[in-house]
Design a protein around this ligand. Sequence first.
Ligand code: 6PG
Length: 229
Amino acid sequence: MQKIIYKSNIEDFDIFSANIIADAIKNLLAGNSNEISIALSGGNTPMPILNILKDINIDWSRISFFMVDERCVSIEDSACNYNNINNVFFKKISSRSFSMIEDGVSYKKASENYQLLLQDNLTVLPSGVPEFDLILLGMGEDGHTASLFPNTKALEEDVSYVVLNEVPQLSTHRITLSYPVLLESKSVIVLFKGKKKEQIVEEIYADKGASYPIDKIAKEHSNIKWIIG
Ligand code: 6PG
């Protein structure tokens, strides 16, 4: 298991993170003659980082981008992860990118369609799990990651790779990648800012017994990098 924890002061966090992510992408491209696949999370933390990353010299045409999770809103909505990342990043680079949602398609059907899309576009492991080259994750102060929130059904999902998850604590539903596909990715980078979130990671690696949705990724992923600001 490879686990690396990078720490940065808040002022330099965005450029620091963009450079670590760029290096990870360049290493994946160097080690692979074909295309690579990357899944991005939404939320606030990635936006200024993607805005820096877009200007770094990378052969974006060899990368396909997918979403880690999505809000159940219109694709035009300001809360739509794909919409926000598209405006800051996808529109500015020459990569393919795939939204989880499509207006006029139910969120249940959209999650089923996305699973098929992953199986058609990614390497599928003997286990049947689609394999991402890199997944960028965030984390909430409740220890959620992707849209795997505490006490929600998707935490138990071990068959489907993309699920529609009811999140009562937010009175909403989210579409999210499930643990099997998150854990089978070649590499994962978790990035966040804030002491409260940092304490969660310290608790997990100190085996203090508290359980958070991010636990499984922290303890079971074979190649994890943390970028903490
Ligand atoms: C989302 C995300 C979610 C996010 C965390 C952290 O759709 O909100 O994918 O998992 O990564 O909530 O969000 P911040 O970066 O805004 O703190």
